[in-house]
Write a new protein. Structure first.
Length: 365
C-alpha cells in the first residue's frame, strides 16, 4: 500500500539510518588504521645539532589495566555518560560495582522511603512503564519491558524497518534506620535488541550496562527533581500562611493561647514571630516544647504594637511552653523564669499583638 510521506521525512530517513551499534563505532573501521606506525624522529647528520622536540602532543603510554584488544569495531567511541544528581538533597556516590544516588530527606514530616516509592511509581506511570513486582520491605521495584523503537529504513511502498530496544530494570531503595538519608540504585536485568523483527545477538559489556543504567537513572532523578521542587514550594507556601490563635480564658484555668496548627508548624512559626515581637530566644528544647526567651524594656518597639499602652510584660526571662491540644491544635502557655504561669491579665494583654503576627500571611520567596 502506498504510504503518505513528506519529502522532509524522506530526507530524515536517509540521513538517520544508522543503528545504535553503528553509532558506537568509528567510521571506516575496515581500513587498517590501527596498523599504522609512527614515523621515527628525523635522522640528524653528524656535525649538526639535534632540534628540541616538543612533548606537548606526546601520546601517553597505555596503562597496564587497559584492554589493548579494543581497536577498530571493538572500540566504543561514544563519550562517557555522567550521573546528574539534579534533585534537591541528592548526590552521587560512585563505587566499583554500581553507582548510588544518595538521597537525603527534605522534610522530616515525610517518610523518606515512602516518598521515594511513591515518586518512582508516579515516574513509571508518566512513562507508561508497568511493574512486574514491588516489595516495600525489601525496597525493590522491578519493571516490565521498557521498549523504544527507531525507524532505520523508511520504505515508501511498504513497512518501515525498525530497530527495537527492550530492557527491564530493578530499582533498589535502601533507607538507613534513622530515616534521614538513603540510597537509590538501578540494575539492568534484561536486555534485547531486534532489527526488522530479527533478534540481534548482543553481548553487553560492563560499560554498556553502565551507560544504560546511568541514562535511566538520570531520567528518574530528573522526575524526582521536579516533584521535590513542587513539594518544597508547597511546604514554603504552607509555612507562609498565617495560623489562627484563640485566647482561652476559662474561669477555672490559667489563660493560654490555642494555635490552629499541629505542634511542628506552631513551633516553627514561633521561632519567626517571637523575635519580631522583641522576644529574644536564648535557648529551646523541642522535646519538652520549651522556648526560653528574654524580654527587654524597649518602649518604642512595644508602643508600635500596642500604641500608647504600657508594656504588657515586664523585662526579664520567660518561657513559652507548647503542648499538643485536641484536633491537631497546639496550646501555648506563657511562663515566668520559675516555670510558673503568668497572670491572665498579662496573657490577655500580650495576645493582641501576638495573634496579629501569628495570623499574618507571609510572602513566599
Amino acid at each position: 500500500m502506498l504510504k503518505q510521506i513528506s519529502p522532509l521525512i524522506l530526507v530524515a530517513a536517509v540521513t538517520a539510518c544508522s543503528t545504535p551499534i553503528d553509532r558506537r563505532q568509528a567510521n571506516d573501521t575496515d581500513q587498517n588504521y590501527q596498523d599504522l606506525t609512527v614515523e621515527p624522529q628525523l635522522i640528524i647528520p653528524e656535525g649538526l645539532n639535534k632540534p628540541t622536540y616538543s612533548k606537548e602532543y606526546d601520546i601517553p603510554a597505555v596503562g597496564s589495566k587497559v584492554d589493548q584488544s579494543l581497536v577498530g569495531k571493538k572500540l566504543d567511541i561514544r563519550p562517557p555518560l555522567q550521573v546528574l544528581p539534579m534533585a534537591e538533597g541528592t548526590r552521587v556516590e560512585e563505587g566499583s560495582d554500581n553507582i548510588k544516588i544518595v538521597v537525603e530527606s527534605i522534610d522530616n514530616d515525610i517518610d523518606l522511603k515512602q516518598e521515594l516509592f511513591e515518586v518512582l511509581k508516579e515516574y513509571f506511570a508518566s512513562k507508561s512503564i508497568s511493574l512486574r513486582s514491588e516489595d516495600f520491605e525489601k525496597g525493590t521495584l522491578e519493571t516490565d519491558w521498557i521498549e523504544s523503537d527507531q525507524v532505520i529504513e523508511s520504505s515508501f511502498w511498504g513497512s518501515d524497518k525498525v530497530y527495537k530496544l527492550k530492557q527491564r530494570y530493578m530499582y533498589h531503595v535502601d533507607v538507613r534506620p534513622h530515616g534521614r538519608s538513603g540510597n537509590l540504585t538501578i540494575d539492568l536485568i534484561e536486555h534485547e535488541e531486534s532489527y526488522d523483527g530479527d533478534l540481534q545477538d548482543i553481548l553487553l559489556s560492563g560499560e554498556d550496562k553502565r551507560r544504560y543504567t546511568i541514562d535511566r537513572l538520570n531520567d528518574s532523578i530528573s522526575y524526582i527533581s521536579i516533584e521535590r521542587a513542587k513539594a518544597l514550594k508547597a511546604k514554603r507556601l504552607k509555612q507562609s500562611l498565617g495560623i489562627d490563635v484563640d485566647l482561652i480564658t476559662a474561669a477555672e484555668e490559667q489563660a493560654y493561647w490555642l494555635a490552629d496548627a499541629e505542634f511542628k508548624r506552631t513551633w516553627d512559626r514561633l521561632r519567626i514571630v517571637l523575635p519580631e515581637m522583641g522576644f529574644e530566644i536564648v535557648d529551646m528544647d523541642s522535646n519538652k516544647g520549651l522556648l526560653y526567651i528574654n524580654v527587654s524594656d524597649d518602649s518604642g518597639f512595644w508602643s508600635s504594637l500596642w500604641g500608647d499602652k504600657e508594656l504588657p510584660i515586664e523585662a526579664g526571662s520567660y518561657r513559652i511552653e507548647l503542648k499538643d491540644g485536641i484536633d491537631d491544635k497546639t496550646e501555648i502557655h506563657l511562663l515566668n523564669a520559675k516555670n510558673e504561669p503568668l497572670s491572665n491579665e498579662v496573657v490577655t494583654a500580650v495576645y493582641d499583638g501576638f495573634s496579629e503576627l501569628m495570623e499574618e500571611d507571609r510572602k513566599v520567596r
